[in-house]
Every structure is written in C-alpha cells, then in structure tokens.
Design a protein. Structure first.
Length: 289
C-alpha cells in the first residue's frame, strides 16, 4: 500500500513537472525564436526550412539605432532611439501619476464610508474593460482642441484609463487587509492623517504597491492604440515605431525582431529590480491572522 502511494505521488510529480516544462517551452520558444531572428540577415530570415545554424550579424540592431543601409535592404527611416526615449518618459510618468492618485483613491474606497461606494468602485473597474477604440474619437477631438495632441502629458493622462482602475482595486484590497486599528492608534498618539498613512500604513502595503506599479508600467509600456492615434512622429512610442517596419511592399522581419528584443529589455530590467517586492506584494494579505 505504501509503495503504491509513493508510486502515485511520483507519477503525479513527474506529470506536474512535464506540464511545467511544456508550458515554459510554449512561453519561451517565441522569445528565443525572435532573438535568433534579430541576428539573421534577410536571406536567413526568409529561408525555408528555417535555419537554426547561421552566421549571426548585428546589422539589424545597427540599422535600428543608426539608420544604416546596405544593399538588399529597403530604405526605412527609423526613429527608434526617439521612440525609446518617449516610451520611457511616458510610461514612467504615467506609472508615477497612476501610483500616487491610485493609492490615494484606493485608500478612500477602502477606509471611507459613503453612499454608493461599491457602485463607484465597480464603475471605475468597468473602465478597464471598455475597448480603447470606443473612446479614442472623442479624446482625439478633445486633445486637438485643448492642445494635448502629440504631447507627452496628453499620453500620460490617457494612459490612466489603462492603469488606474486596476491599481485602485488592487491597492484597495491591500489596504482592507490591514487593520484600521493601527491607524487609529497612531492618531491617538498624535499623528496626523498623513503621518498615519505615510509612516504606519504605507510601509505595510509597500510590497503591494510595488507589485501594482509593475502592472501599471507594463500596461503603459505595451499600449499601442493610444500612442498611434494621439501622437505623431515626435511622441511615437516603441510599439508604434516597431509597426513601422511593416510596409505595403515588404516586412522587415529582422529589424522588427531586433526592435521587439530592445522593447522588452527595459521592462524586464524594471521587473528584475523590483522582483523582491513583487513576490511579497502578490502574496500580501493571502494569509491573515
């Protein structure tokens, strides 16, 4: 009986690890293929069957950043360095704005008692699931009239529609998991509301806020529609710049792969730097007592 139980557990463990390996292969394979393609020349990219062994080249990355051209490539002017600068400014600024306002709004929904509080919370969350194209036309007209079209500030503001609702809900759940008695004790000791929030409550929810900041940053970094419709060449983001390698005549697969690799690197670095806080934040409040 004992040997049968151990055998079943061993089989279960093997199946679990096999499923895990298959899942990781499914996720990682496209990334590896994209990385390999970024080092191929046009002939190797279009080779059938695909080449796993080839002579690597940095031409795609050189053209991406310096706009060089050699025989066999179509002339495509790339503003990729400017797009990277724009994306860092816009995504970083939008994340900061989202975290400040979203944390305070989440606190209000968690601690304050007022009529229709839950209705307001669900209304805010519903904005996250509305299609971006459903609001792009009125926002475009408004931005044209008030001078926010093709500006960093305008894109930072519209990105709040993407990140703000989920941030408010996540931060609200973190705050609700912290007993209000801690804040009340601080107030009794003479702390102001802001001192109680910043010195007592915020250090406890900081891991959750860090995890939420990653969500906000990734949402803003990956957005395509708003950057395309509400910006021009001066404010185009990386996702928009990457799509520029698709033309009516051809698709520059090598340069597009190089652009995709460069696009995901900053986000991966940011996640790596805050991964300790992300792990704590994702498990924050899971165990209470």
């Amino acid at each position: 009986m004992h040997s049968t139980g151990r055998s079943r557990r061993a089989i279960g463990a093997v199946m679990m690890y096999a499923a895990y390996i298959l899942l990781m292969a499914f996720i990682v394979f496209p990334l590896i293929w994209m990385l390999l393609m970024s080092f191929k020349n046009p002939t190797d990219v279009m080779a059938i069957p695909p080449k796993l062994f080839f002579k690597p080249t940095l031409d795609n990355y050189i053209r991406l950043f310096f706009g060089r051209q050699r025989e066999g490539y179509a002339l495509v002017k790339s503003d990729f360095p400017l797009a990277m600068k724009n994306t860092i400014i816009i995504a970083g600024g939008a994340t900061i704005v989202s975290m400040i306002t979203g944390t305070l709004a989440g606190y209000a929904l968690a601690r304050l008692r007022f009529a229709a509080r839950d209705f307001l919370a669900f209304t805010i969350l519903s904005l996250r699931f509305s299609p971006p194209l459903s609001m792009i036309i009125p926002v475009y007209i408004l931005y044209r009239r008030i001078g926010l079209y093709n500006t960093h500030v305008g894109l930072m503001l519209i990105y709040q529609i993407i990140s703000m609702p989920i941030i408010i809900w996540v931060v609200r759940s973190y705050i609700e998991s912290v007993p209000v008695d801690l804040e009340q004790a601080a107030w009794i000791d003479g702390y102001s509301w802001w001192q109680g929030f910043s010195k007592v409550l915020f250090p406890l929810i900081a891991p959750g806020v860090a995890a939420t900041s990653v969500l906000a940053f990734v949402f803003c970094w990956n957005n395509f529609v708003f950057g395309l419709m509400l910006g021009a060449a001066e404010t185009h983001t990386l996702t928009v710049a990457t799509s520029a390698f698709i033309s009516y005549e051809q698709v520059l697969w090598g340069q597009m792969a190089a652009a995709s690799v460069v696009t995901i690197i900053p986000a991966m670095i940011f996640i790596f730097l805050v991964q300790r806080w992300v792990v704590r934040g994702l498990t924050f409040g899971a165990v209470k007592g």
